[in-house]
Design a protein around this ligand. Structure first.
Ligand code: ADP
Ligand code: MG
Length: 367
């Protein structure tokens, strides 16, 4: 699918913006603080319900305005559909073709967007929770059961942790342990299958971006590596760990502690890679994620990749290499901050200029 048009109201500096995108390449240019990232933020809110740079929606809504609204026309194999999201403090309203939708997950399924921004490197150097979300995002798209089971798991984990903290509920721990142990083998299987889909894509993309470097992804389950991930052995494991968990007041092992290790020439990337290599590896992971999401759809569907500040932390050669690679992907690209000289004049390229929150299409002029 691809985004045909978008309307943004009250997203930071963008008070009223309407744009028609190209299905292929869209370049957003403008000075610092003109509103380029705000446009990508609006798209991220439409896809995930959240901004990729702020936890609190109140800081994203334009000062002195009550609510933010993002609507878009999406082209997919069913034709054109209208989707929209309205955010007001803790209230969210979602619509697909004028029908109100309760869950953000439904909208996200509809509009899978991958965002590459200057913070993407945290996917490798940041906390494990980012890598778990990364792999869970793929599992969420590919395996219809994953989301419900994952949410159930979070609920049970919360209950078990609550009971670990309160002595009067210790008698209920067996029940929660059993429920926790029943869900984990399947959820682990989903994640491992997602990694199997991801791995060859990641290797291929890394080969383009970091020539001659051997990469790999290893999954750690959140349990000791010798443990078989089946219900009975997990229950036995939790029973052995019970005193420790009561002491710590939390469930110290489980799929909520899983992680991905990104390997570079058989060593962890974090310990050997340069900053520029880490950046390219994280971009390779994100492009691989975006490509993985398309695995089970028809070939006419495309994905959507947003890139904020393409040149950040990349030298001119790597930026060029990344840009050329992105344009071979046949996905819809919405890119801010690229050097104009890199763009070939072509019907499927649209360029926009942003100034003080006003975005207008502009001519592509070559150097
Ligand atoms: N809630 C808000 N309401 C209005 N303006 C905002 C809000 N948050 C940030 N801004 C302004 O938006 C601009 C930031 O835009 P941004 O999209 O980050 O620019 P760019 O990516 O082009 O550098 C800044 O001028 C900032 O002061
Ligand atoms: Mg910016």
């Amino acid at each position: 699918m691809w985004i045909k048009s978008i309307n943004v109201h009250n997203c930071r500096i963008l008070e009223n913006v309407s744009l028609e995108f190209s299905p292929d390449l869209n370049i957003i240019r403008g000075l610092n603080a003109s509103g380029k990232t705000s446009l990508l933020e609006a798209l991220s809110i439409l896809s995930t319900g959240r901004s990729f740079r702020s936890k609190q929606i109140s800081s994203v809504i334009t000062h002195n305005k009550k609510k933010l609204l993002v609507t878009a026309e999406i082209c997919n194999s069913n034709g054109i559909q209208k989707i929209g999201i309205e955010k007001q403090n803790d209230q969210t309203k979602i619509r697909i073709d004028r029908k109100h939708i309760r869950s953000q997950a439904e909208l996200s399924k509809y509009l899978p967007i991958t965002i590459i921004d200057p913070d993407s490197v945290k996917l490798i150097s940041g906390s494990p929770s980012l890598r778990r979300s990364y792999i869970d995002w793929i599992a969420f798209y590919i395996f219809p059961d994953f989301h419900y089971k994952w949410k159930t798991y979070q609920h049970i984990l919360k209950q078990r942790n609550y009971c670990l903290k309160n002595k009067k509920y210790h008698s209920t721990l067996n029940k929660w342990t059993e429920e926790l142990a029943s869900l984990q083998p399947e959820l682990t299987q989903y994640r491992q299958s997602a990694i199997e889909i991801l791995k060859p894509l990641f290797k291929k993309i890394s080969d383009h971006l970091l020539k001659g470097i051997e990469v790999d992804i290893l999954y750690t389950t959140g349990f000791p590596s010798s443990l078989d991930i089946n219900k009975d052995s997990l229950i036995e494991h939790y029973n052995k760990k019970l005193e420790q968990d009561i002491f710590l007041k939390r469930t110290s092992t489980g799929i909520h502690r899983a992680d991905l290790k990104i390997m570079l020439n058989s060593q962890t990337a974090e310990s050997v890679a340069s900053r520029g290599q880490l950046k390219l590896l994280s971009i390779a992971l994100l492009i691989a994620q975006s490509t993985a999401l398309l695995q089970d759809t028809t070939t006419s569907e495309k994905g959507i990749i947003l890139v904020d500040d393409l040149s950040s932390e990349l030298d001119a050669k790597n930026e060029r290499c990344l840009f050329d690679f992105l344009t071979t992907l046949k996905q819809q690209l919405i890119i801010t901050g690229t050097r104009q000289a890199d763009i070939k004049k072509n019907d499927s390229v649209k360029m926009f200029h942003v100034k003080h929150g006003v975005i207008k299409p502009c001519e592509i002029t070559l150097k």
